[in-house]
Design a protein around this ligand. Sequence first.
Ligand code: NI
Length: 146
Amino acid sequence: MAIRDIVTDENEILRKISKPVEVFDDKLAVLLDDMKDTLKKANGAGLAAVQVGILKRVFVVSADNNYYEIVNPEIVEESGVQIDDEACLSVKNFSCKVARPKKVKIKGFDRFGKPVEYTVTDFTARAFCHEYDHLNGIIFYDREEK
Ligand code: NI
């Protein structure tokens, strides 16, 4: 377990598309453990692998007293709208309003390659959507509500 450096939005890697995980090995487990430690130390709600410089479709979220780690996530359903302030560990001193679904259903895999499915709402849904965007090179302020 280790704390990894979080890249900032000056780094172009945040604009790249992350690649699906194909092998569920010890390296993936170490990455997920490190992401958990890094997220906790930064006191954040979510972290995508690209934010520690790894272009893999992996994110972790800590929200509403639950902790999630999702590999190869797909948002399969979304409903409703919520607009609220959002920020990012990779973006210093900036937050803005972003519209997100009120509820999302997400499918993916755990660190062992077992399928997982979560239906989440409100803040957790916002965090899932924010992290999912990172896997596609999107930063929250791209979606700023003006
Ligand atoms: Ni972020």
